[in-house]
Design a protein around this ligand. Structure first.
Ligand code: CUA
Length: 355
């Protein structure tokens, strides 16, 4: 970007930015056209129908066809114009709210007042987000405290970042460069300083950048360590407990639909895993007892994301909108095959020495 000249519009740097701008242009043109038309008619009629002497105007014929036609015309045309706004806007909204199935996944945690970013392969960054160009990127976002909002004007996308919940935002960067990140929800004293930069890099640069990662292993590996450290393994990974059926076996569960004790069903997704760690009694799997203690206060949001990644790595079922076992990320195109135990360590060479 370099020189900071005044820009009326932010750069166009994602696949959807052009569509958003086109819709915006349409809104501006329609508004400008009617504003000018109305202003002109106000003046024109004021002059044309001004009071002249003592002349009494002709009474209007209420049943005239001309009046009826006029009313229909000025109802139907604005209806058409506004339905175009509705349909067009809705279609962009649907596109923006549905990440493509093979998106690359990155985790973002907002807190007063910074953005913490965690890549699947283990790399971490603060107030910076490195992404490869021309790839669909799906962010999973949550907050440690209050409501924030992750906004990248050049991509024309933003999403609320809520405490206690995962939200998603996706984009496909189309231009190598650096772009602003803003927090777009007032979140306290330093809200205006909750900013950062997206670095869109070509694939090779991105892989090199990843290779210089944190040296802490992939998210799934870190999640596994945490899983053992918190003692989750003593039940969920113990052969004895699996046999007496005290704890659900987590292998291959992610993305499936789980039957609950109360007869309802729930999809085993990020949100359900998170809830089950913090509020284990909320949705108990059919056939099991309410014996799990809560881990609320013992795991950070970062830790939860790692646990989620670990459970995901135990076997995503086909067809779910995820991700990205560590191995799959490297070889850009390849997706984990259903049923493949994706628990393997990420390929040597990509897990990094020190930064
Ligand atoms: Cu975070 Cu405003």
């Amino acid at each position: 970007m370099g020189e900071k000249s005044f820009q009326l519009f932010p750069e166009v740097a994602s696949s959807i930015a052009g569509q958003v701008d086109a819709l915006y242009a349409y809104l501006v043109l329609v508004s400008a056209f009617f504003s000018l038309l109305i202003a002109f008619l106000v003046v024109f009629f004021a002059i044309k129908y001004r009071k002249r002497g003592n002349e009494v105007p002709e009474p209007m014929d209420e049943h005239s066809i001309g009046g009826m036609v006029l009313e229909i015309v000025w109802s139907v045309i604005p209806l058409g114009l506004s339905m175009v706004m509705f349909a067009w806007g809705a279609s962009i909204f649907f596109t923006e709210s549905r990440p493509p199935a093979d998106s690359m996944e990155i985790f973002v945690t907002g807190k007063q007042w910074m953005w913490k970013v965690q890549h699947n392969e283990g790399a971490r960054e603060i107030n910076e987000l490195h992404v490869p160009v021309n790839r669909d990127i799906r962010l999973t976002l949550t907050s440690e405290d209050v409501i924030h909002d992750f906004y990248v004007p050049a991509f024309r996308t933003k999403t609320d970042v809520l405490p206690g919940r995962y939200t998603t935002e996706w984009f496909r960067p189309t231009k190598v460069g650096q772009y602003h990140i803003f927090c777009a929800e007032y979140c306290g004293t330093k809200h205006s300083g909750m900013i950062g930069t997206v670095y869109v890099m070509n694939e090779a640069d991105y892989n090199a950048w990843l290779g210089a990662g944190s040296g802490e292993g992939s998210m799934a590996e870190q999640g596994q360590a945490l899983f053992n450290q918190l003692g989750c393994g003593t039940c969920h990974a113990s052969e004895i407990n699996k046999q007496n059926g005290r704890c659900p076996n987590l292998n291959g569960l992610f993305g499936t639909t789980v039957d609950l004790k109360d007869g309802s069903k729930v999809k085993m997704d990020e949100t359900y895993i998170r809830e089950s760690v913090l509020y284990p009694q909320a949705k108990i799997v059919a056939g099991y007892d309410d014996i799990m203690p809560t881990f609320k206060g013992l795991v950070t949001e970062d830790g939860l994301l790692k646990l989620v990644e670990y459970v995901k790595s135990l076997g995503p079922k086909n067809g779910t909108q995820t991700s990205a076992t560590p191995a799959a990320m490297q070889t850009s195109a390849s997706q984990p095959k259903a049923g493949t135990p994706a628990r393997t360590a990420p390929q040597a060479g990509t897990v990094p020495g020190n930064r």
